[in-house]
Structure formats: C-alpha cells, structure tokens
Design a protein around this ligand. Structure first.
Ligand code: ADP
Length: 637
C-alpha cells in the first residue's frame, strides 16, 4: 500500500473532501492539507512531501507563483496544479513552470489518482537517476577516501607500535590492497654485503623470502635504490626480476630516511596481466615514507636499547654502590655493590618504598635531606666498613645515591694520627730539655748581646715547635671524640675564664675586649676543658689577628633551645675563597702578616670540639672590616 506523503493546497472545502477523504486517504497516502500559500510553504518545508497538489483561488497569493516557488526549492518534487484557468493558457504556463500535470474542475477522483500515481512514478525515476548519477560522481571520491583512510591507518600503526614486523606487515597489506597487486615486499640494503634482502613480504613463500638477495647493480630494485626514483612495469610478456621471478606488472618505490635510500618497497602481479596506474605510485610512495619512518624508529629504538643495557651493565658491575630511587621513592636500581654494602641480598625491592628497604638511619636521613650536609654522609656499614654516601637529585628521574667505600682512607687517617701523636709525644721531652738547657745557658755565665739574641731565637723556635706539638696532641685527643669527662658546663664561667686569660694580651695591643650577653647564659653538656680550649682558640685568633687598638666583642645569647657565641673582631678579615678552608688542618689564609705566628691547627681543633658537642660553627667575614665567628651549641634541658 502506498504511504507517500502528499500535500494538498486547496481552499475549497468540497474539493478538499473529494481529494483527501474520497480519493487519496483511502489509497493509503499520508495526506496533509494547507489552505493558504503561507501555510503551504511552511508545511512543504516541515513535512517534506513526496508530491504536492496546488489548487487555485488561494486567498493570500497566486497558486502558480506558489508552485514556481516550491519547485525552485525542490525541483525534483512533482507538483500537480488544479486550476480554473482556461485550457489554452494554463498548459503552456504549466510546462514552463515544470509542473507535471494540470487538472481542471470539476475534480474527478480517478483523474486525480492517476495524476498522483504518474507524478510519484516520475519522482521515483528522477530519484533513481539521481542516485546513479551521484554514485558515478562520488565513486572516485569514495575510493580516494578509502585510500586516505588506509594510509592514515598505516601512519597510525607506525606511531602506535614499536613492533617493526607488525608495522611493516600493515604497510604491505595496505600497499597490496590499495594497488590491487598480488604480492608486496620490502627490500632493505645490507651494508655488509652491498645487496638488497627481503625484510618483509606479503604473499611470498617463506623460503623464497629468506633466501632472496638482489644485487644493487644490474637489477631494477637496485636502480630504484640508487636513483631514488620510482619505477613501473606494465607488460604483457612477463619480465624477469630474478631467476624464476617473472612479473607482468610491478611498481618499485624507494624507501628513504633523511634523504638517503635505505631500500625499496615493491608490489607486483605475477599471474594477472593487470597494470598499475600513476596514482598507485603516489600511494605506494606515501606508504614507503611510513615504512621508512618505522624502520628508522626501530633502528633508533634498538640502538637506544643497546646503549641502555650497556649503561645498566656498567652500573650493575661498578665497584661503587649505586641506588636509583624514582620520584615516589621506590628503587629502580640497587646495584650489586650497594646490595653487598647494605646486606640486602638478592631480594626484589621494586614497589617498595626506600624506608622499608633500608634500615640504616644515616642513609635514610641523607636521602631525606635531614643531615647537616644534605647531600653527603659517612656510613658505618657491615663488617666495620665506612662508606661515603652521596645523594644527587636528578630532575624527572628522582634521587641517586652512590656509596663509595672509604674504609682504606679512614684507616690511613687513623694510622697517620697515631703516628703524629706518637712522634709528637716523643718530641715533647727532648724539646722541654732543650728549653731547660737554653735557659740554663744565661745562668751559667755571661753571654754577649749576640749570644743572647741567638738564645732568644732558639727559645722562640722551640716554643713554636712545642705549640705545634701541643696542638697536634690536642687535635689527636679531640678527634677521638668526647672523653669521659662530660658534665653540665655553665658557659658563663667558661666565658669568664677565657676572657680573663686573654685580657692581658688584648691590653698589650690596646684592644677593647668586652662581653655582651643578652640574658642569662645557659649551661651546656660537654667537656669543660674542650669548651674552654675552643673559646681560647677563637678569642686568641681575634686578639692575634686584630691590629692594635681594635675591638673584640663576645656576644652571647639563647635562641630556639640553642646557645650562641659570637666573637666579633675588627681585624683584617678572611678572603672569601679562604673562608671554607680555614677549619682545615694546617690551612692559613694568605692575607695574614708573616710576623703573626701560627700552626694552622687552632680552628681545626675548634671545629672538632664543636662537632663533639653536636654544635655548628661558621664564619662571616669581609676583608678589611673584620670577622665574626659564630658557634651554636644545644642547651642542656
Ligand atoms: P693559625 O694558627 O694560623 O691561627 P687557625 O686554625 O687558628 O690557625 O686559623 C686558620 C687561619 O684562619 C688563620 O691562619 C687565619 O688566616 C684565619 N683566621 C682565623 N681567625 C681569624 C681572625 N679572627 N681574623 C682573621 N683571620 C683569621
């Protein structure tokens, strides 16, 4: 049963009744009705009828104008006119308008039905013709679209997969299907043998693929490889590519990476005589570009992989311990040496947080940057071995901890200290004897002025050596750590004794020596002798290096559970580059006047004492203005 949509534009109710109720609706058509031009236009746009019947005598416009307007918008829709106009004029106008039929009153059902059926038939013809025509026009476009889609897929597979075999297979499948070829192959250049081998193939026999080799001289593929230009064969008689490899038609396009030929992509027909077109060459060239990128990527990847595994082997085998932690604190590498040093065995620690992997507090502290030196710490590890642990932050990777075994250095240091202590000790007695006897010389009888000067020099030199020996012995003792003599030490009295002890020297140089204490000076836990020596050394330096008439102030106070001592002088200052080194043994800055004697050990002793008391020391100084030594010690609860 017909269910096409029919729009009737009829003003006369009786005519409407005949058309709709008596004729079209009973035939199963979907009928809608408009009574004016305006309504007709709106409904034509909304209901998109398959056919329209337009009657005359419409109140708001001319029916033929309406028909013309509708046909302009939808030229393939059949329009039938029902009009009272004379039979002569109307058919001519009807023909000009493109209206398909004209009915004149009185309206007869059979004529209307026949006219509608004819109109619908005509409409179907038009529609079918349009479809065929559209397909004819869009066919090549659709084919191009398919080709583009296939190319895009090859492109996608290049970026989506690292598996080179899979990518090349995809590329060959696209090449064969887009060109309608029987088989396809990718030939790559082998630098060692200077010929082409089959890296990937589609529809070739496996054995043929594995044994295939083509010389680049004197072969079609070689010509394409060398010239970088595509080649097409379309022949009726099969052409020889290689013994027993005859083809009717073939395309070879070069594979190029960075402008250099690396191989050839080919498709061919051995059985059918079907030829190839120019557009196939274009398509194949595009696929070849993708294939070349894939091969290049794979080469780069395998090169990176080789380098990476080389690096990993080096890191694993290296004598120093290496631990790599990712940004979340999980180890991505703990090499053999680190496992041995930290006694970690062979366990797999991936997905473990470092705080679970390592038990050594010092190591965890340095990883977390909690140490005084946030990047370095000495660790006493298994078997009495000492390691220097360094932590390095590496952006985008995490943290790397290296463990360097410094046990031999520690041992050397100990042997050296023992030796120095022993020698110093043994030297002290003869030196005391020398000093004693030199003193006796003057008592034993008259000495002349020159002899007296020599005796003075001997005494000064012996005193210098004795100072050095005393410093060395002190240092040796202090470096061992805090001895048993630990007590609650009221710092105020230490300061008092030290100031008293140095006062006469400051007076001799006309210096202003004073203490400036803010609040009560607290007590610390420690060794009173060492603390006194620390203060003596810093104050001694201040007096020694500050010129006559200068000022030396000792400031002290308490802050955040710590006590600080600041010795401020108006001396020569310490050059910037020397400030980090003045606490080293035997180091003396180059701006000290030659006549000011010293061993270069005083501040090394001070630093050891401060460390023994879990304190900190630093210097702020400007050449020509003076120096400020600051010592901070924890206050006793
Ligand atoms: P020294 O026996 O030479 O005084 P120290 O270890 O006590 O050895 O001091 C190391 C060096 O630090 C000194 O040689 C000097 O260059 C510098 N120094 C120490 N204190 C002062 C100071 N108050 N003013 C200027 N330089 C100083």
């Amino acid at each position: 049963m017909a269910n096409e949509r029919i729009l009737l534009v009829l003003s006369n109710p009786e005519v409407r009744q005949i058309a709709e109720d008596q004729t079209l609706s009973p035939e199963g058509y979907q009928v809608s009705v408009a009574t004016s031009c305006e309504e007709a236009e709106r409904m034509a746009a909304n209901t998109r009828p398959d056919i329209m019947v337009i009657g005359d005598q419409l109140e708001d416009g001319d029916h033929l104008e309406l028909a013309a307007k509708i046909l302009e918008q939808r030229p393939t829709m059949p329009v039938i006119v029902y009009s009272h106009l004379g039979t002569r004029t109307v058919p001519l106008e009807v023909v000009r308008l493109g209206v398909i039929d004209w009915l004149s009153p009185p309206l007869r059902s059979d004529r209307l039905l026949a006219s509608v059926q004819r109109g619908l038939k005509r409409r179907k013809h038009w529609q079918d013709w349009l479809d065929i025509e559209a397909r004819r026009q869009t066919g090549p476009l659709l084919q191009r679209l398919d080709e583009l889609e296939a190319l895009a897929q090859v492109g996608q597979s290049v970026t989506a997969h690292l598996d080179i075999d899979r990518v090349l297979k995809n590329a060959l499948e696209a090449a064969v299907s887009l060109t309608g070829a029987e088989e396809g192959s990718i030939l790559l250049y082998d630098e060692d043998t200077s010929d082409l081998y089959m890296r990937a193939a589609l529809n070739f026999q496996d054995e043929f693929v594995s044994t295939f080799r083509l010389e680049t001289e004197d072969s079609l593929a070689g010509e394409v490889f060398h010239s970088g230009e595509p080649k097409v064969i379309n022949e009726q008689t099969p052409q020889k590519i290689k013994t027993a490899y005859l083809v009717h038609s073939l395309i070879y396009v070069p594979l190029k990476a960075h402008g250099e030929s690396i191989g050839v992509l080919g498709v061919d027909n051995r059985e059918s005589g079907r030829g190839f077109e120019d557009r196939h060459v274009t398509l194949l060239s595009a696929i070849a570009d993708y294939a070349a990128i894939a091969i290049e990527n794979a080469n780069l990847y395998s090169h990176t992989e080789v380098e990476r595994s080389k690096l990993e082997r080096i890191l694993r085998q290296i004598q120093d311990g290496v631990i790599v932690l990712d940004a979340s604190g999980q180890p991505t590498l703990i090499n053999r040496a680190a496992r041995k040093a930290l006694e970690l065995g062979e366990a797999d620690f991936s997905n473990w947080h470092y705080s679970r992997v390592f038990t050594h507090e010092g190591l965890i502290d340095v990883i977390e940057g909690k140490n005084e030196d946030p990047y370095r710490v000495e660790l006493e590890l298994a078997g009495g071995r000492t390691y220097n642990a360094n932590v390095t932050e590496i952006p985008d990777i995490g943290r790397v901890v290296t463990l360097h075994d410094i046990t031999y250095l520690k041992e050397l240091d100990r042997v050296k200290s023992d030796f120095v202590t022993a020698v110093s000790h043994d030297l002290r007695s003869p030196l005391t004897a020398i000093l004693g006897y030199v003193e006796l010389i003057t008592r034993a009888g008259e000495v002349n002025q020159q002899q007296s000067m020599f005796i003075d020099r001997v005494q000064t030199s012996v005193k210098n050596i004795t100072d050095l020996i005393n410093d060395l012995l002190d240092l040796g003792r202090i470096e061992v750590g805090l001895d048993e003599n630990i007590e609650r030490v009221p710092l105020a009295s230490i300061i008092g004794y030290s100031m008293d002890g140095i006062k006469h020297l400051a007076d001799q140089k006309g210096q202003d020596l004073s203490v400036n204490a803010s609040g009560e000076v607290p007590a610390v836990v420690g060794n009173p002798i060492q603390l006194r020596q620390m203060l003596d050394n810093i104050l001694g330096n201040a007096v020694k290096y500050t010129p006559n008439g200068g000022t030396i102030t000792l400031r002290t106070g308490q802050e955040d559970g710590q006590v600080y001592l600041q010795i401020v002088d108006t001396g020569p200052g310490i050059p910037q580059e020397s400030q980090a080194r003045i606490f080293d043994k035997f180091y003396r800055a180059n701006n000290v006047p030659e006549e000011i004697q010293g061993t270069g050990l005083g501040l090394a002793i001070v630093q050891s004492i401060v460390e023994n008391h879990r304190g900190r020391i630093w210097v702020d100084s400007k050449v020509g203005e003076g120096s400020t030594f600051t010592v901070v010690l924890p206050v006793t609860e």
